[in-house]
Design a binder for this molecule. Structure first.
Ligand SMILES: N[C@@H](CCC(=O)N[C@@H](CS)C(=O)NCC(=O)O)C(=O)O
Length: 139
């Protein structure tokens, strides 16, 4: 006579493991829109140079290289939005604030410079140095 093989019942521990696996990739950020706005504004206000970037973005790479290679002595903060749970919300707010959603989105002394091409244009026309060293905040 054939005996039916029964699959073992899934244990509570296994269920819990599966549940954690399924939900672990969801956003862990409970940040509200207000928090995101305050956070972005704080980043811009408390850093001479703030770059909202994505780690894989070639435009961002160019902008970060230019800033690092030529103005490495100036304190700068780079946020890689693709590596953050709230990256999308930050991008939405940057659009609302500046009219630009693409990255990089670059601020120098709280002025919105634009993206990589805008930064390169300032540099090529000899204006970035002045912006950073002459028009920057008094030390
Ligand atoms: N002209 C812009 C181009 C920037 C751009 O196209 N960035 C892409 C990423 S490489 C982007 O923001 N795509 C939309 C997105 O990632 O949400 C610049 O010079 O910064």
């Amino acid at each position: 006579m054939l005996s039916a093989t029964r699959r073992p019942a899934t244990s509570p521990a296994m269920l819990s493991f599966i549940r954690n696996l399924l939900f672990s990739r969801q956003s862990t950020s409970s940040t509200s829109v207000t928090d995101v706005k305050a956070f972005v504004n704080n980043v811009i206000e408390s850093n001479r140079i703030a770059v909202f970037s994505k780690s894989y973005c070639p435009y961002c790479r160019n902008a970060k290289s230019l800033l690092h290679d030529t103005y490495g002595g100036v304190p700068a903060t780079v946020l890689e939005l693709d590596q953050r749970d709230d990256g999308n919300d930050i991008q939405d707010y940057l659009l609302e604030k500046t009219g630009q959603r693409t990255v990089p989105s670059i601020f120098i002394d709280q002025r919105h410079i634009g993206g990589s091409n805008d930064l390169a244009k300032l540099e090529n026309e000899g204006n970035l140095n002045d912006l950073i060293y002459k028009e920057g905040p008094a030390s």
